[in-house]
Design a protein around this ligand. Structure first.
Ligand code: SF4
Ligand code: SF4
Length: 187
């Protein structure tokens, strides 16, 4: 069956292609990306199908897909692709677009985790496990979820109550502020 792509598919495919710096039409649906994806078993639409949605201009379905939030950015798909398509970057681009369009309701807890992760990095300049998991558990109404494990890790010194200072933290925070302001997401 011959599929003729309309203008809209061209626009959406080009948008993603521009974001990843590659022509996504190069994908010929061999499925090698999906075969190597460690999370594919949990995805409704495996990676190669999401790429197909992009090629066909099915923006709404691509941005509403759980797959883009389940993707762990491990880049196995990218390294396996015989056409050198950066599938992981495409997943990233789709997440960015979904986020900008407020379509983050699909996997609420995953998007919350992403947001908190960035907030903690912005505040401390590095990951602070206690802050991150504490806030996450609180906001998901599960405050005591990891307390047993947390206590063990604290006792073994694997979890720190304080975060060692980071050199150039102020400059780093300024950079984050400027990026957020540029994207219209500043405080
Ligand atoms: S491995 Fe590459 S060419 Fe094959 S389906 Fe995935 S993105 Fe397309
Ligand atoms: S980057 Fe995402 S889509 Fe690609 S193999 Fe890893 S989890 Fe799967």
């Amino acid at each position: 069956m011959k599929i003729t792509l309309g203008d809209h598919s061209r626009v959406f495919g080009k948008k993603i292609s521009d974001m990843i710096g590659q022509n996504i039409d190069g994908c010929y649906q061999c499925g090698k990306c999906t075969a190597g994806c460690p999370i594919a078993y949990a995805m409704e639409s495996p990676p190669h199908e999401v790429i197909r949605l992009v090629q066909l201009g099915r923006e709404e379905e691509a941005l509403a897909s759980h797959t883009i939030w389940l993707c762990a950015s491990c880049e196995t798909c990218t390294s396996r692709c015989p056409k050198n398509i950066d599938v992981a970057a495409a997943m990233d681009a789709l997440r960015v677009l979904a986020f900008r369009q407020g379509q983050t309701g699909v996997e609420k807890e995953i998007t919350l985790f992403h947001k908190l992760f960035l907030k903690v990095i912005e505040r401390f300049g590095r990951v602070n496990d206690l802050q991150l998991m504490g806030r996450y558990n609180l906001l998901t109404l599960n405050p005591l979820k990891d307390w047993r494990l947390g206590r063990k890790l604290l006792a073994k010194g694997k979890l720190k109550l304080t975060t060692p200072p980071v050199k150039g933290l102020q400059e780093f925070q300024e950079i984050i502020k400027r990026v957020l302001a540029k994207r219209g997401e500043g405080a």
